[in-house]
Design a protein around this ligand. Structure first.
Ligand SMILES: Nc1ncnc2c1ncn2[C@@H]1O[C@H](COP(=O)(O)OP(=O)(O)OP(=O)(O)O)[C@@H](O)[C@H]1O
Length: 233
């Protein structure tokens, strides 16, 4: 159970040029695990995330979420799948500018039939005193935290995070990672984190390393660390 990829490939065609961004990927993401995806720029990390979360379609291969055959879904089916089970944390925030912080987070809660408490999540990301502000009145880091709160409050089964702390200072980045850790502890949320930062890999149950569209290394993290124990350098 979990997410299963079998022989998944993705080829981008730009005019005459073809780029093989994923080559015959076999991967199982177990329910409730924290999986870290490392790899140099252009190695296929974002493509992997987009394809396995149904934001993009594979060129070949099969993908399953528990018993659901994701590769067989049409766009409507994919949207339903994402809405029901998934949360996303990206570097760009996509906040609704004419809604307050609290209203943006409420939008996330409204997508779920088992949301978390809006007030608790706002508190966890340190936004309680900004609840009535609008995105344009916030710093970049604060906007990122609103976007994270909006994804987390939905209480999704799987949270996909693409460089979730890339634009944040160390203290805020730690708060964000601790929130992800808490989601995993409390709700058994499956968490996939794409990162360039090898220190973040220390919080993973498993780490995969990509290069040129393939997974060249997978390892279990026998010495998994709590976020609070990680030394950032
Ligand atoms: N929409 C697209 N059209 C054409 N080629 C693309 C597209 N998106 C990605 N690629 C190519 O596919 C390959 C994998 O890109 P991808 O964005 O998945 O890498 P990445 O590991 O996430 O990189 P980064 O760490 O820089 O975000 C690269 O060669 C990239 O140029």
């Amino acid at each position: 159970m979990g997410i299963v990829l079998r022989q998944v490939s993705k080829v981008y065609k730009t005019g005459e040029v073809e780029t093989s961004a994923l080559k015959d990927i076999d991967l199982t993401i177990k329910e409730g695990e924290v999986l870290i995806v490392l790899g140099p720029s252009g190695s296929g990390k974002s493509t992997l995330l987009n394809v396995m979360s149904g934001l993009d379609t594979p060129s070949a291969g099969e993908m399953y979420y528990n018993d659901l055959a994701i590769h067989k879904l049409d766009q409507r089916g994919l949207t339903k799948f994402r809405r029901k089970y998934l949360g996303f944390i990206f570097q760009q925030y996509n906040l609704l500018q004419n809604l307050s912080v609290k209203e943006n987070i409420e939008m996330g809660a409204a997508l779920s039939d088992h949301p978390l408490s809006i007030d608790e999540v706002m508190d966890a990301v340190g936004l309680t005193d900004k609840a009535k502000k609008y995105p344009s009145q916030l710093s970049g880091g604060e906007q990122q935290r609103v976007a994270i709160a909006r994804s987390v409050v939905k209480n999704p089964a799987v949270l996909f995070c693409d460089e979730p702390t890339g634009a944040l200072d160390e203290k805020t980045a730690c708060q964000v990672l601790e929130l992800l850790e808490k989601m995993n502890d409390l709700y058994h949320t499956t968490i996939v984190i794409i990162t360039h930062n090898p220190s973040i890999a220390l919080m993973g149950d498993r780490v995969i390393k990509m290069n040129s569209g393939i997974i060249h290394t997978v390892y279990e993290n026998v010495d998994k660390k709590r976020v609070g124990e990680i030394k950032w350098g």
